[in-house]
Design a protein around this ligand. Structure first.
Ligand code: MV4
Length: 480
């Protein structure tokens, strides 16, 4: 493998290229007209224009990307996350064109992309699942019977959905018919597939996911968990590894369950198996994400592995270079997603130019960044600027480093989620580890941040006044 094309942009494109360079592999960037001068383009050995700014004319145009890859004699394509990363047709087209897709086979992507097919696949592997059904349902009377059996509240989910799209909570039987009708029509228009199914609704879950890696020789390893419960509207904001609440026994149990999910679909490469954990700490398989995830760095920091390097190795057909017993958790890592969004206006995208953009540095700080000072933030794509990741020997140390790093991360020109991150990391519920997926809804309001900003401004004013008065004294003494 001499040359890799990265079919993505921003921080993840740079992240992948860094490892390729380290391995002596040449890199090709792709870019839209909005990204001509973007850092990922400058970072690559070669760069190729693939279309107009809207994603469907550029970063989602698989045919164009494959055409350019062939023209440039590329050996492999890394899809990053988002865009084409979980598009089974793209993975298949890449393979058909004689280029290595750095990821699982299209069959595994397709299977795990359907929640019902995934349930079917793992059925015989003894994986804990939320009580519910594993068949599409459209008959309301049947649905009522099932709901009565598992007990309200129930959750209607779209088989083709993901990230919370097409989900509906039903509290009572009288709402079931109308909610089911809506769920089916929503799923049909959003995914072109109206299949829905029913699960018991787990009311205050934690979201804990396991990183796995599989080679083509039958080896599947787990790289422990990431806790991703701090999210808003299915958008993760803060992640950490390890989870503050898992016991070593449960960690192993979930790890083994995750490797079984990977085996159930003949998985290859990096994948993430998502679990829900209820208040009694029972865990249930939710779905599998067949890509390298945004939050993979926290796993890299606590295990000392380069997940992209492993992806490339197994894509080349090599055997995973370690055994499960070689993997140990060391220390604690936290990640904050830095979005150009305004936490004071319900996280509206904050468009504009990065007049000042200065990243924190120092021991225990890693910033996976895709932007630079002076750049305008394109409106066409996800507004994530960077990921601020900190590492410490303990959770407490990682937290202290994180708060300092947030304070020395300087962004002027746009609003970001940095102050929101500070709010999370300073919150007692987060610090104690006692939180669930409702953290943001339960504890956050813009007023809290506003109040904090005012208090800080007041303190700053008092310090300035004190200094002024002190200076006056000195001046008087020296001029007398
Ligand atoms: C659930 C659930 C409660 N009960 N399933 C959200 C996205 C998708 N991956 C599945 N999700 C959920 N499934 C049952 N049976 C609650 C969620 C959920 C959630 C899960 C993980 C992280 C954040 C979440 C926020 C709201 C709902």
């Amino acid at each position: 493998m001499k040359k890799i094309l990265v079919a993505n942009r921003g921080e993840i494109a740079i992240r992948v290229m860094k490892t390729a360079k380290k391995m002596g592999i040449k890199t090709v960037a792709v870019y839209s007209s909005a990204d001509r001068n973007a850092p990922h383009v400058k970072f690559a050995d070669e760069a190729v224009w693939i279309g107009e700014p809207p994603s469907n004319q550029s970063y989602l145009n698989g045919a164009k990307i494959i055409e350019e890859a062939k023209r440039l004699n590329v050996d492999a394509i890394h899809p990053g996350y988002g865009f084409l990363s979980e598009n089974a047709d793209f993975a298949e087209a890449v393979a058909k064109s004689g280029i290595i897709f750095i990821g699982p086979q299209s069959k595994a992507i397709r299977m795990m992309g359907s929640k019902l097919a995934a349930k079917e696949a793992v059925k015989h592997y003894d994986i804990p699942m939320v009580p519910g059904i594993d068949q599409a349902i459209s008959d309301v009377e049947k649905a009522k019977a099932i709901a009565a059996e598992i007990g309200f509240p129930i959750l209607i989910k779209a088989s083709a959905g993901g990230g919370g799209k097409g989900m509906r909570i039903v509290e009572r039987e009288k709402d079931l018919a109308s909610q089911m009708e809506r769920a089916i029509s929503e799923a049909t228009s959003a995914f072109g597939d109206g299949s829905v199914f029913i699960e018991k609704y787990v009311s205050s879950p934690r979201h804990i996911e396991i990183q796995i890696m599989a080679d083509s020789h039958g080896n599947v390893l787990y790289f422990f968990e990431r806790e991703c419960s701090i999210q808003r509207r299915h958008q993760k904001v803060v992640e950490e590894a390890p989870s503050a609440i898992l016991s070593p026994e449960q960690r192993e149990e979930m790890g083994i369950a995750a490797t079984k999910v990977a085996r159930s679909c003949d998985y290859l490469g990096a994948g993430t198996v998502e679990f829900l954990m209820d208040a009694e700490r029972n865990f249930y398989f939710l779905e599998m994400n067949t890509r390298l995830q945004v939050e993979h760095p926290v796993t890299e920091l606590i295990t000392g592995v380069d997940l992209v390097e492993l992806q490339i190795m197994v894509a080349r057909g090599e055997v995973l270079p370690m055994k499960q017993e070689d993997l140990k958790i060391q220390g604690h890592a936290l990640e904050l997603r830095v979005y150009a969004e305004d936490p004071l206006t319900n996280f509206l995208p904050s468009v504009g130019t990065l007049h000042t953009y200065s990243l924190p540095t120092g021991p225990g700080i890693r910033v996976d960044n895709g932007f630079e000072e002076g750049m305008e933030i394109p409106i066409y794509y996800d507004p994530m600027l960077a990921k601020l990741i900190t590492y410490g020997k303990t959770r407490e140390e990682a937290l202290q480093i994180m708060i300092k790093a947030i304070d020395s991360y300087v962004v002027e020109g746009v609003q970001t989620t940095l102050p929101f991150g500070r709010f999370v990391f300073e919150h007692e519920a987060f610090r104690s580890g006692d939180f669930d997926t409702h953290f943001v809804k339960n504890y956050y309001s813009p007023e809290i941040l506003k109040q904090k900003a005012e208090e800080e401004a007041e303190i700053a004013a008092l310090i300035a006044l004190k200094q002024y008065l002190a200076d006056q004294k000195i001046l008087r003494i020296s001029t007398n």
